[in-house]
Design a protein around this ligand. Structure first.
Ligand code: HEM
Ligand SMILES: *[C@@H]1O[C@H](CO)[C@@H](O)[C@H](O)[C@H]1NC(C)=O
Ligand SMILES: *[C@@H]1O[C@H](CO)[C@@H](O)[C@H](O)[C@H]1NC(C)=O
Length: 323
């Protein structure tokens, strides 16, 4: 009896010590993190995103891609937003994958400005990106999910790290899998997230190696001839084409039909057909209504957990997300 009590007391002591220590060690992300400190935070981001995406749905695609590019380099810490400064003379936004193609910066700026008016110094830029990508997924794909918040912002941004971590459109399946695996994401997450290539655009330079001198056999030859007209060889300007010629502004499983029909833009898209496991996942998305949307939502939450900074690490950057 006495030993039982002493075990109980010991357990209680440990539990109390643990509870006290937890907030000292590290906080974690949670849904509704700003409920008390800035109750309107999520609705302010949502209405900002809505007003921009209504005028230009391409910005919705840009925001979803921005979330990916942020999270894959130093975690989801808004490092992608930092402008050149003495501390970061050559930041991520200067890199080839981000410049000139990454877009949506003005949406984040507007959301941050509105949030600083409402509750100064409270909402991180990293959370603005995560929330904006969530809201864009709803506006373009009717995909809705809760995204945990509480990320804090990083202070470092380095051009050289971008090419090291972001997968390239000429990657094969094992290279793609490896670049997701080092960020703690599964191949299944990768296949689901790739459905974002149902929206937005690409510059010709991202896939012209598949068109010249020969049309790659991994692409529909008809599609190749069609793309050659939109992306002439040796053109002086880098043109842009939609990722998805059917419904370019609809985040949907159409991407997987395009992959199977060999009419997706990138070699990396085609590689999803090169293992039985990924090809089956692609096929399931073309056959099971709602499956892509459900998996995409879960994978976006997983993407949002990559290497996050939580209190006491990082900072709440402000008054703008660029400095
Ligand atoms: C699997 C590896 C991936 C590769 C190799 C890749 C590569 C690319 C490339 C080359 C472009 C075109 C950029 C340009 O030339 O303008 C692009 C566009 C895009 N990507 Fe990816 N991507 C990948 C995964 C993802 C993921 C995980 C997401 C988000 C969940 C995403 C979302 C987008 C979106 C929305 C666009 C269109 C952007 C716009 O219209 O502004 N991509 N991607
Ligand atoms: C993918 O590319 C890498 C690097 O070029 C190569 O080592 C590997 O064998 C390739 N894998 C497949 C499955 O083609
Ligand atoms: C494009 O440039 C390459 C080499 O610079 C040349 O061989 C080719 O003939 C040019 N093609 C066109 C259509 O001008």
């Amino acid at each position: 009896m006495e030993s039982k009590i002493s075990i109980l007391v010991t357990c209680l002591t440990f539990a109390t010590a643990f509870q006290l220590l937890l907030p000292l060690s590290e906080a974690s992300l949670k849904v509704g993190f700003y409920k008390k400190t800035c109750p309107r935070a999520e609705s302010i981001v949502k209405s900002t995103v809505r007003s921009f995406v209504r005028k230009n749905s391409g910005l919705g695609a840009g925001l979803i891609r921005m979330f990916f590019h942020d999270c894959f380099v130093r975690g989801c810490d808004a490092s992608v937003l930092l402008d050149p400064s003495p501390a970061n003379p050559d930041p991520e936004k200067n890199s080839i994958p981000n410049n000139p193609s990454l877009r949506g910066y003005e949406v984040v700026d507007a959301a941050k400005a509105a949030l600083e008016k409402e509750c100064p110094g409270v909402v991180s830029c990293a959370d603005i990106i995560a929330l904006a990508a969530r809201d864009a997924s709803f506006l373009l794909g009717k995909i809705s999910y809760k995204i945990p918040t509480g990320r804090r912002d990083g202070k470092v941004s380095n051009n050289a790290e971008v090419l090291q971590f972001l997968p390239a459109p000429f990657f094969n399946l094992s290279q793609l899998e490896a670049s997701f695996a080092i960020k703690g994401l599964s191949t299944a997450d990768m296949v689901a997230l790739s459905g974002a290539h149902s929206i937005g655009r690409s510059h010709c330079s991202s896939f012209t190696s598949r068109l010249y001198p020969n049309i790659d056999w991994t692409m529909s030859q008809r599609f190749g001839f069609f793309l050659r007209r939109l992306c002439p060889q040796n053109a002086t300007v880098d043109g842009v084409v939609p990722q998805n010629f059917f419904k370019p502004n609809r985040l949907s499983a159409q991407y997987y039909f395009n992959v199977e029909s060999l009419i997706a833009l990138f070699f990396s898209d085609w590689t999803l057909l090169t293992s039985q496991k990924t090809a089956q996942q692609v096929d399931a998305y073309t056959k099971v209504p709602g499956l892509f949307e459900a998996d995409f939502a879960k994978a976006m939450v997983n993407l949002g957990n990559v290497e996050v900074l939580t209190w006491p690490k990082g900072e709440i950057r402000g008054p703008t997300c660029r400095l």
